[in-house]
Design a protein around this ligand. Structure first.
Ligand SMILES: [Zn+2]
Length: 247
C-alpha cells in the first residue's frame, strides 16, 4: 500500500505538476504564476518545520536531527553552486537565451536529479508515516509548479517548441517516480536511514524556500504585494496543516 501512495505522490509531484505548470505557462493564467511563489514558500516552510523536522527529532536525538539539517543546507548550497540544482531560472533567462542546448540539457539533467531526490524524500516520508508522506508530497508539488513554469519560460525563450519544452519537462519530472520507487526499495532495507532522510528533506525544503523563493518575493515591492504574499504564506501553512491533520 505504501508503494501505491509513493507512486501516486511522485507521479503527482513529477508529472502532474509539469502539466499544471504547462497550463499556467501557456495560457492567460500565466500572470498568476508569480503569486504561486508565496504559497509555495508557506507550504515548504510548514512541511519542513511542522512535520519533517519534528518527526526526525523524535526518531533521532534532536541534536543529530539539527546537525543533519545543517549538513543538508550546506549540501544543497554546494549543489546549487554546481548549477545542477537550480530552482530559480529567472536570472539565467536572458544570459542563457542564446545558448540553446546547454539550457535544455541543464534543465533535463539538473531538474531530473533534483526530481529524483524529491522522489526519494517522498518515499522516506511515506515509509515513516502516511500523513508525513502527504505533507512531503504537498511540499514537492507546491515548489515544482512555479519551478517548472520558470523552466517553460526559459526553454521557450531559448527557442524550443512548446511540445519539446513539455517533453523535456516531463522527462525530468518522471525522475521523481524513479526516485520514489528506488527510494522505497532501498530504504526498506535500511529503515535506520529514514530519519536522516527526513531531516535532509527538511533541509531541502528550507533551503528552497529561503534561498530560492524568498528573494523572488522580495522583488515584488508594493504594499499590496506584501499583503497578498502574507495571505498566501498563511494559506500554504494552512494547507500543510490540513493535509497532515493526524499530527
Ligand atoms: Zn523539487
Amino acid at each position: 500500500m505504501t508503494l501505491v501512495y509513493i507512486l501516486a505522490a511522485t507521479f503527482a509531484g513529477g508529472v502532474l505538476s509539469v502539466l499544471l505548470a504547462a497550463t499556467l505557462s501557456l495560457t492567460v493564467l500565466r500572470r498568476w504564476a508569480p503569486r504561486l511563489v508565496g504559497f509555495s514558500t508557506g507550504v515548504l516552510l510548514a512541511a519542513a518545520l511542522l512535520n519533517l523536522l519534528p518527526e526526525a527529532a523524535e526518531l533521532l536525538d534532536p541534536h543529530a536531527a539539527g546537525l543533519t539539517v545543517l549538513a543538508g543546507i550546506f549540501l544543497f548550497f554546494a549543489l546549487e553552486k554546481t548549477a545542477l540544482w537550480r530552482h530559480d531560472h529567472t536570472d539565467a533567462h536572458h544570459a542563457d537565451a542564446h545558448r540553446h542546448e546547454p539550457v535544455g540539457a541543464m534543465i533535463v539533467v539538473g531538474d531530473g536529479l533534483h526530481n529524483f531526490v524529491d522522489g526519494v524524500l517522498i518515499a522516506a516520508a511515506f515509509l515513516q508515516d502516511t500523513s508525513l508522506g502527504v505533507a512531503a508530497a504537498i511540499a514537492v508539488i507546491a515548489h515544482e509548479v512555479p519551478q517548472e513554469v520558470g523552466d517553460f519560460m526559459v526553454l521557450l525563450a531559448a527557442g524550443y517548441s512548446r511540445v519539446r519544452a513539455l517533453a523535456m519537462n516531463l522527462l525530468s519530472g518522471a525522475a521523481a517516480v524513479l526516485g520514489g520507487v528506488l527510494g522505497w526499495a532501498m530504504l526498506q532495507g535500511v529503515s535506520g536511514a529514514i530519519p536522516y532522510v527526513l531531516a535532509l528533506a527538511a533541509a531541502s525544503f528550507l533551503y528552497i524556500a529561503v534561498a530560492d523563493l524568498v528573494p523572488l518575493l522580495q522583488r515584488q515591492r508594493k504594499p499590496r504585494d506584501f499583503a497578498i504574499q502574507f495571505a498566501l504564506l498563511g494559506a500554504g501553512v494552512w494547507v500543510v496543516m490540513l493535509g497532515a491533520h493526524t499530527h
